[in-house]
Design a protein around this ligand. Structure first.
Ligand SMILES: Cc1cc2nc3c(=O)[nH]c(=O)nc-3n(C[C@H](O)[C@H](O)[C@H](O)COP(=O)(O)OP(=O)(O)OC[C@H]3O[C@@H](n4cnc5c(N)ncnc54)[C@H](O)[C@@H]3O)c2cc1C
Length: 271
């Protein structure tokens, strides 16, 4: 049994000050990652600062059609929010396919972004970090998975308006159908006009140390018809530079097939 202190913060300023004051402290939201890692003796915090009393659980519509998701909104609440289901089905689907129902009821969105190796948000309501810059590649600092400094608190996640996301899907391929992380997953959104791809967003999960935006495949598809051959070629180009290891080499083909399946699902009626 590891002794540690626990305090419930009443406001963000106090929470941040408490965590910043001691290097071995951490925020505690749903606890589904943090407590697990303490139990496994991976983390040994001296102080856990519970942030569940902070008013950070709202899911709000933004004027541009986007969303502002409070860092303490629970995965299950975000997944069933009407604005998410209607305008960002890919987000709703990805959340519903994560973890288990009990975990999703506890797990917060801020904590989800900060889970270890497997967040857009504000720092002190003053600094925003683009999601592309949030997840770091291992490089020379493999111990750092995101750019947050000790004591930085996520208050919300802003999802910009994206009409293309109305036609979006999330697919997850895993060893069993529930309660399992992805071997590979794909999030896709596409717009087709006159048979041609005019906008496309693709991202892969489970294939790298961070969520992987499939920009090569996006570039290969833009301006082209969404045929079986063009989808397969785009997927091939995306994975061409992958450097798998013997035990995960199967993921290259799995990821290519996942891209094709997601785009086929979205474009079936246009081909
Ligand atoms: C069995 C199991 C299966 C899972 N399957 C999936 C899955 O399929 N897909 C998936 O995406 N996730 C999965 N997860 C991970 C789960 O989604 C995360 O554990 C959860 O979202 C973390 O949120 P939390 O509120 O419980 O965070 P906590 O455990 O409370 O905190 C996690 C980390 O985030 C930090 N933190 C929390 N809130 C903030 C904040 N506002 N600002 C700054 N730092 C903060 C904490 O200090 C801590 O370091 C799974 C977890 C388990 C245990």
């Amino acid at each position: 049994m590891l002794p540690f202190s626990y305090v419930r913060a009443g406001d963000a300023g106090t929470a941040i000050a408490l965590v910043r004051a001691s290097p071995d402290s951490a925020f505690l939201a749903g606890g589904t990652t943090e407590v697990d890692l303490v139990r496994q003796d991976v983390l040994r915090p001296g102080l856990l600062v519970d942030i569940n009393d902070l008013p950070l659980d709202l899911i709000e519509d933004l004027p541009d059609g986007g969303l502002r998701i409070g860092a303490l909104a629970r995965m299950s609440d975000v997944a069933r929010a009407p604005g998410v289901i209607e305008r960002f089905p890919v987000i709703s689907q990805a959340l519903v396919l994560g973890a288990s129902a009990q975990l999703r009821n506890m797990a917060s969105m801020g904590g989800n972004l900060c889970q270890r190796v497997r967040c857009s948000y504000f720092r002190d309501a003053a600094r925003a970090i683009g999601i592309d810059d949030f997840f770091l590649l291992p490089g020379d600092t493999p111990q750092r998975e995101h750019p947050l400094e000790h004591g930085e608190l996520i208050t919300a996640i802003e999802v910009p308006g994206a009409p293309v996301a109305r036609r979006s899907v999330y697919l997850k391929f895993r060893d069993r159908q529930s309660y399992e992380f992805a071997l590979a997953s794909v999030a896709a959104a596409v717009r087709i006009e006159d048979g041609t791809v005019t906008e496309v967003r693709l991202a892969l999960g489970g294939v790298g140390t961070r969520p992987w935006r499939a920009r090569r495949a996006e570039a290969a598809l833009l301006g082209r018809p969404a045929t079986g051959a063009s989808l397969a070629e785009a997927a091939r180009q995306e994975l061409a530079a992958a450097t798998p290891h013997p035990m995960n080499a199967f993921k290259v083909e799995l990821a290519q097939r996942a891209i094709v399946r997601a785009l086929t699902t979205l474009t079936d009626g246009d081909r």
